[in-house]
Design a protein around this ligand. Structure first.
Ligand SMILES: [Zn+2]
Ligand SMILES: [Zn+2]
Ligand SMILES: [Zn+2]
Length: 258
């Protein structure tokens, strides 16, 4: 049996943590768990597959920290800046691999990327001085770099965006609801990574109580909360988590059978 490892590249909200010029307890904390870069994940299998979910503003530092050796594909959840604007740093991988990187997203995400980063979808030039991406439509279930990838529609405010299940690991960020149908398709997970913005209700994200409720219904062996603002201090939130729910931190890795 081969294994799949997910590395949390970042589990912060759009501002990251610490927030610029903020002197709250979380932002001043020296605990490494409270240093959260923008939300992103890296999936790698022992067969050598390597897929990144989202390339946000902190992607370069995340790729260096995790020592990502190559990238077979990128899955995009949606085109908000904190999930997309590190796209230029895919250039280093295109340069090394001398190949275009396939990028997967729903129609809305790909169209948005192609209008904002049109230069990244051109043919490569001699010096590979720009990222060279190849837009690929997302299907409900498909094999990407040899890995079984399922994509789900979830609401993120007024947008419909994508969440992913790869084997028995799922990554659900930036959403404010999960349909019964999607909950059915998320049964039997080893690890669920789940949006959890802050305590207050918010139109495009889950609050802590909503995240706890969905974690219970999806019932993964282990749920980790992601996309947290500085209003959620790691140790305080950990103390409130029910059984089999915990708070993610940058650099966390989990491994599951494929
Ligand atoms: Zn976000
Ligand atoms: Zn703060
Ligand atoms: Zn978003």
């Amino acid at each position: 049996m081969s294994t799949l490892t997910l590395t949390v590249l970042g589990c912060g909200s759009s501002s990251g943590c610490p927030v610029i010029n903020c002197d709250c307890d979380t932002c001043l904390s020296t605990a490494p768990e409270n240093k959260r870069s923008r939300c992103s994940a890296w999936l790698s299998s022992d067969d050598g597959a390597s897929i990144v979910i989202d390339t946000g503003t902190d992607f370069r530092a995340q790729a260096l920290r995790a020592r990502i050796p190559h990238i077979d594909a990128v899955l995009y959840t949606h085109p908000h800046a904190d999930h997309l604007n590190g796209v230029d740093d895919l250039r280093a991988f295109c340069y090394k691999q001398k190949a275009a990187i396939p990028v997967y997203g729903n129609g809305f995400t790909l169209a948005n990327m192609q209008s904002r980063f049109d230069y990244a979808f051109l043919e490569p030039r001699e010096f590979w001085d720009k990222p060279v991406l190849k837009a690929q439509g997302l299907q409900a279930a498909q094999t990407i770099a040899g890995l079984p990838v399922q994509a789900f529609n979830v609401p993120h405010g007024r947008w419909t965006i994508s969440a992913f299940r790869i084997g028995n690991i799922a990554w659900l960020t930036d959403l404010n609801d999960i349909s019964d149908e999607v909950i059915d398709q998320l049964q039997g997970l080893d690890y669920l990574f789940l949006d959890c913005l802050m305590d207050h209700a918010y139109p495009s994200h889950l609050s802590v109580e909503q995240a706890f409720a969905f974690a219970q219904r999806i019932n993964a062996q282990q749920t980790y909360l992601i996309h947290m603002t500085h209003r959620l201090e790691y140790h305080e939130l950990m103390a409130r988590c029910p059984e089999r729910v915990a708070v993610a931190y940058d650099g966390l890795t989990v491994t599951s059978g494929l």
